[in-house]
Design a protein around this ligand. Structure first.
Ligand code: UDP
Length: 243
């Protein structure tokens, strides 16, 4: 139930959830952690009850990432195609769990996958979002050599979201990798150009350029932190904003 009285900062969001958020806490174990999905799905349900319109786009890094498969000898295109399919697998698990919470949901993918998902359709997505469906965009942009960060910015711009929220396992964007260097400083606010110049590797460069060109803000935050999603949407201090 929505208990916030403040006005939300955003009315329509594109929430990108990195695959790592679907991984068991404190392990590097691959697979899907159902409990993590359940927690995130219930936070999304509360936002929906607050009147927020929500598109969700999932990564696949908890299953397969193109880069890792390429390192292990698979060809570029096949590696990325496997990565793309892993985003569909995550999306199916997410759809099942959020539907069990009685949330109206539609799962779309960038290319036809038989009767497992619907194919992405801009008009239908817009209509469903206005009718309080959570629309899940799977399969990235459907092409190898891209990432789900780019897909999130692209879909965010298409659906006229107010922001792209990148939910990940770090609290925001740091001046250096907080897992490797101590102390490190977290930025609250950054410009697209500063981020591009610094090459901080938090996001794919093409995604940042697209967001900059279409002036859609990006917020990077730790989705594994309880209620962080709600705090971000209601304008409380959380994560890093790029604009
Ligand atoms: N991918 C791709 N095209 C896309 C989106 C994703 O080729 O449009 C592949 C790419 O290999 C990537 C993998 O799918 O490594 C999983 O996506 P991503 O790495 O963005 O997931 P995340 O790190 O956010 O979990």
């Amino acid at each position: 139930m929505c208990i916030k009285r403040k006005k939300p900062l955003y009315n329509r969001i594109l929430l990108k959830i990195s695959g790592q958020s679907f991984q068991k806490k404190n392990t590097s174990m691959f697979g899907i952690d159902i409990l993590s999905i359940k927690r995130i799905a219930s936070e999304i349900k509360v936002l929906l009850e607050c009147g927020i319109e929500i598109g969700v786009l999932l990564g696949g890094g908890n299953l397969f990432r193109g880069y890792d498969l390429k390192q292990r000898g698979l060809s570029n295109v096949i590696s990325d195609q496997i990565g793309v399919l892993s985003t569909v697998i995550n999306s199916l698990a997410f759809k099942d769990i959020i539907q069990k919470l009685s949330v109206k949901t539609c799962l779309m993918s960038s290319f036809p996958i038989g009767n497992i998902t619907e194919i992405y359709n801009y008009e239908k997505a817009m209509d469903l979002l206005s009718n309080k469906y959570v629309v899940i965009f799977s399969a990235g942009i459907g092409n190898p050599f891209f990432s789900t960060d780019l897909a999130a910015c692209l879909r965010g711009i298409e659906i006229q979201a107010d922001v792209v929220l990148k939910g990940t396992k770090v609290n925001g964007i740091y001046n250096c990798d907080p897992e490797k260097h101590l102390p490190s400083k977290m930025y609250k606010l950054l410009s697209y150009d500063f981020l591009l110049k610094k090459e901080l590797k938090i996001m794919d460069i093409s995604a940042i350029c697209l967001a900059r060109d279409y002036k859609i803000p990006i917020r990077v935050f730790n989705i594994n932190k309880m209620d962080s999603l709600m705090r971000v949407v209601f304008g409380e201090k959380e994560g890093t904003t790029v604009m």
